[in-house]
Design a protein around this ligand. Structure first.
Ligand code: AMP
Length: 229
């Protein structure tokens, strides 16, 4: 049974970290543990691309090249999504914000409406490149697998939903290197931004997923406890 999580004020958790640091995996587990939706802007864009919507057509090239989609397009999609009823108690953001402008817009949007914490998974670049080489995801539910660390139990079939597990085109080594450059240039400054606001918690993401999960959960439980006192 999932314990009922009904905070007095919605709790928004931002998962920060380089591409392939485990944000998706951890956000999925935390979403289940706290009964909050996991919102991955990357997954939302992949859904748009699969459905060939106008947004999908607009962002596909940019994504495949490992570049960021424009703030305007991301913000419009994200703010529409968080109006859904399932976000009433809060949500987990995976892959958003990625620029200072996005973080500032999120801040403005949340002001007085929600409590926000940023949880950052730290993983060295060499490990990110190694992980991307073995990473595969489910086309249907977005579950993340790694051929070396956590393969699906049966070939290319998702252990969670039975969907097809595939390799993302932007996980090709050259594109991963570009995504890492983009991360260091545009997203890493958010660590200082959230640290300056006293909202940041750093985690060693270069450990087995179960160990990282326990550390994240312990911190979140303590944070929830602090707010319920
Ligand atoms: P992800 O699945 O989070 O690694 O995102 C895959 C790709 O989607 C990124 O490389 C970007 O092209 C795009 N994307 C996802 N989230 C954002 C965001 N917050 N800002 C800009 N582009 C994004």
């Amino acid at each position: 049974m999932i314990p009922l999580f009904q905070p007095a004020i919605p709790f928004v958790m931002v998962l920060l970290g380089p591409p392939g640091s485990g944000k998706g995996t951890q956000a999925g587990r935390l979403a289940e543990a706290y009964n909050l939706p996991q919102i991955s802007t990357g997954d939302l864009f992949r859904e748009h691309i699969a459905a060939q919507t106008a947004v999908g057509k607009q962002v596909q090239k940019c994504m495949e090249a490992g570049q960021l989609v424009s703030d305007e397009v991301v913000l419009e999609m994200l703010f529409k999504r968080v109006e859904h009823a399932d976000c009433v108690n809060g949500y987990l953001l995976d892959g958003f914000p990625r620029t200072l402008a996005q973080a500032e817009e999120l801040q403005r949007h949340q002001e007085g409406r929600a409590r926000l914490a940023a949880l950052c998974l730290q993983v060295p670049d060499e490990e990110i490149i190694r992980r991307a080489a073995g990473r595969r995801i489910c086309r249907q539910c977005g579950a993340v697998y790694n051929d070396r660390l956590s393969p699906p139990s049966s070939g290319s079939v998702c252990s969670r939903c039975g969907g097809e597990v595939y390799r993302r085109p932007d996980d090709e080594p050259e594109v991963v290197r570009r995504r890492l450059e983009v991360y260091h240039l545009q997203t890493r400054p958010l660590i200082d931004y959230y640290a300056g606001q006293g909202r940041l918690a750093l985690f060693d993401g270069n450990q087995p997923p179960d160990v990282v999960y326990v550390a994240l959960k312990k911190w979140i439980d303590a944070e929830i406890g602090r707010y319920s006192e």
